[in-house]
Design a binder for this molecule. Structure first.
Ligand code: BTN
Length: 228
């Protein structure tokens, strides 16, 4: 994918703005006044962090799996650091979230919005897991360049070979496999051992009542509950 990048000093949300651009466009803003996170949460967007939206094509039935293409690409761009991916695509450093990704569909386009904490680590609304920012030496520009290179590479791979190689890469970065996790679903909290990622991108959770497949929800890693 060849990218055409547009820079803005301030926008409401790069994701909102990006829907007016064709596939292959990238929108970067210095700050956002109405940044959005997953599940209708607000994404606090102070100057100094990276706010980037890339306009991607749809991939038929595989379109939802772009969430993993995006996550793997960002993790690879930051792989000089010991980063992990929390399902589906939060990037963690030392157990704290340093980046989030929001994919939104608009007709025949997908807007993939990346928020990376470069110098600020705002706490997310209604979320109790910790946040952090990158160590010194990273800039919005350097992270954006690395991310767009990896995203381009992984989109080609996804188009050519499907989800299999992306899943393999994702599993290398996966946080919490084989451990007890908690998943907050709209009407319940589900606990179990994070067994694997299915070929459809769902979490396979071993619970006391059997295997459960989870396709949406907020994952909480039970780091402090290893001995439970
Ligand atoms: C999450 O909840 O973890 C996803 C956060 C995604 C934030 C990014 S910042 C750039 C883009 N524009 C937005 O309004 N949201 C995404």
């Amino acid at each position: 994918m060849k990218w055409t990048t547009y820079f803005f000093d301030e926008l409401d949300s790069t994701n909102t703005h990006a829907v007016h651009y064709p596939v292959g466009s990238v929108i970067i803003s210095g700050k956002q006044t109405a940044g959005r996170g997953r599940n209708n949460r607000f994404w606090i967007s102070q100057r100094g962090n990276l706010f980037l939206s890339a306009v991607l094509p749809v991939f038929g039935d595989n379109t939802p799996l772009l969430a993993f293409v995006a996550g793997v690409s960002l993790a690879e761009a930051l792989s000089d650091l010991p980063v992990f991916l929390k399902w589906p695509n939060d990037v963690l450093l030392n157990g704290a979230k340093i980046a989030g990704i929001l994919l939104e569909r608009n007709d025949n386009k997908i807007v993939a919005g990346f928020g990376v904490n470069i110098i600020n680590a705002p706490q997310e609304e209604n979320i109790i897991y910790p946040t952090a920012h990158l160590p010194a030496g990273y800039t919005p520009q350097s992270v954006a360049e690395g991310l767009l290179d990896k995203l381009s590479e992984n989109l080609i791979l996804f188009k050519k070979s499907g989800f299999l190689p992306i899943r393999r890469k994702w599993l290398k970065f996966a946080a919490g496999i084989g451990t007890k996790i908690k998943v907050s679903l709209p009407h319940e909290i589900c606990c179990g051992i994070f067994d694997s990622l299915t070929p459809q991108g769902a979490i396979s959770l071993k619970t006391s009542t059997g295997i459960r497949l989870i396709t949406a929800g907020d994952v909480f890693l039970s780091l402090k509950e290893k001995n439970d």
